[in-house]
Design a binder for this molecule. Structure first.
Ligand SMILES: [Ca+2]
Ligand SMILES: [Ca+2]
Ligand SMILES: [Ca+2]
Length: 203
């Protein structure tokens, strides 16, 4: 009986650790998205596959597939104004980071950093941009990683930009973790309680 319960706890622990595995949704390879769906307001969903756009993605050196330059709207980027790109993950995940392409300082256009903004399930707005206005922070392809200081659990990400009329960007990758299932934690709890009971009996 004791061994059986030890086994149960071991299985529950294994399931719990498997439940926090991270995965990367690479939007530069639109055919790889599986249950993830992308839709747009203000134009069609696009992924620019021209050689120059793809080479900017490759040169960013972020390990992206770069079959396109990420998803945007209409003219290939999510453009300042009313355009909204919606990414439905298919179920709730912990969102850890989002990576963008084509986010530059625009130092040669008035030094106004481009902004990429997004919300998760309609929550607070995250604002991704380069800090330096002198262009020193620019990178090839306008690659920019935005890490959430606290991961947010959600299913639907909405991307837009309203803070600088020069802004446009594409979404390259979303990194998520599985949300631990309450059932798994319950099973783990039951196993621990059972183990405690058996220990008491043996004492
Ligand atoms: Ca582009
Ligand atoms: Ca656009
Ligand atoms: Ca841009």
């Amino acid at each position: 009986m004791f061994n059986y319960l030890k086994h149960t706890v071991a299985v529950a622990l294994t399931m719990a650790s498997a439940a926090v595995m991270a995965s990367h949704i690479d939007l530069t390879d639109p055919a790889s998205l599986g249950a993830v769906s992308v839709s747009a307001f203000g134009g069609n969903v696009t992924s620019n596959t021209s050689a120059s756009e793809r080479s900017g993605c490759v040169a960013a050196g972020a390990g992206l597939a770069c079959l396109g330059d990420g998803v945007g709207i209409g003219d290939d980027e999510v453009t300042f104004g009313r355009e909204v790109l919606t990414v439905d993950l298919g179920k709730a995940y912990r969102v850890n980071s989002v990576e963008f392409l084509d986010v530059f300082n625009n130092a040669n256009e008035g030094g106004k950093s481009e902004h990429a903004q997004f919300s998760i399930d309609g929550g607070s707005i995250f604002d991704a941009f380069r800090g330096a206005a002198d262009g020193s922070g620019d990178s090839i392809g306008g690659y920019l990683m935005f890490s959430l200081s606290q991961p947010v659990v959600g299913q639907t990400l909405r991307f837009f930009t309203t803070s600088n009329a020069r802004s446009d960007f594409s979404v390259a990758r979303i990194s998520v973790s599985e949300v631990p299932l309450p059932g798994t934690l319950g099973l783990l709890g039951l196993g621990l309680v059972g183990l405690g009971a058996v220990r008491k009996k043996h004492a």
